[in-house]
Write a protein that binds this ligand. Structure first.
Ligand code: SAM
Length: 200
């Protein structure tokens, strides 16, 4: 086998392992990926959530919540509102449910298995929405963004955050949000990563 072929095959295997661990966490590797994400992404997640300026009475949606660290932070920010989450990995829904058990019991948090393309919510439901290191692995980012737009209230704010090794480029992101129907799309950057914010 030629070196290039070997390299491509190797990259294919690495990509597929990374996908099982972090992209769409599945099985033992997925569970391990969830534990790693929970330990390493807290500060970045807090930064993105701070940008959203959540108010206590707001209804907030997180798509692709992974191990549920963001959900945990959001639950401390709302008191009369609530936090809903949708993730396309059964393993992550399970981990996030364990992490947020108490808030789920009180009804403050509701987590569901599902895909961003088919969000199980009525139009104009949420004041705020976010996704962190998730959009780059959606099957169709534009369909996903339009779906989030549909379930947000007019005037609601969206935040899409990405850390440096997420695989998502910041180029063209504000244009994508505008094409999906959002306004005032702008990019904010730190040494930990970047976030695009926009308004429905
Ligand atoms: C890299 S992980 C990020 C998890 C978490 N947001 C964090 O920052 O630690 C990507 C997450 O997006 C979820 N995901 C991938 N495709 C999705 C889709 N189409 N709809 C909803 N969630 C999706 C995965 O299951 C996974 O939990």
């Amino acid at each position: 086998m030629h070196n290039n072929q070997q390299q491509h095959q190797h990259l294919g295997i690495v990509d597929s392992l990374l996908m099982q661990m972090f992209g769409l966490p599945k099985g033992i590797l997925g569970r391990l990926g969830g534990f790693i994400l929970a330990r390493t992404k807290h500060d970045f997640t807090q930064w993105v959530i701070d940008l959203l300026e959540i108010q206590p009475d707001e209804k907030v949606l997180e798509v692709g919540f992974g191990p549920g660290v963001g959900i945990e932070i959001l639950a401390t920010a709302v008191s009369t509102g609530y936090v809903a989450g949708v993730d396309y990995s059964q393993e992550m829904v399970e981990q996030a449910r364990v992490r947020n058990e108490k808030a789920i019991e009180t009804g403050l948090v509701q987590l569901q298995y599902g895909s961003v393309e088919k969000l199980p919510f009525a139009n104009d439901t949420f004041d705020k929405a976010l996704a962190i290191n998730s959009m780059q692995v959606w099957l169709d980012a534009m369909v996903g963004l339009r779906s989030i737009w549909r379930v947000m209230k007019v005037g609601g704010k969206i935040a899409l955050g990405f850390t440096p090794h997420s695989g998502q480029s910041s180029t063209g992101l504000t244009e994508m949000l505008t094409t999906a129907g959002f306004t005032e799309a702008h990019l904010v950057e730190t040494d930990r990563g970047f976030c695009v914010l926009a308004i429905k």
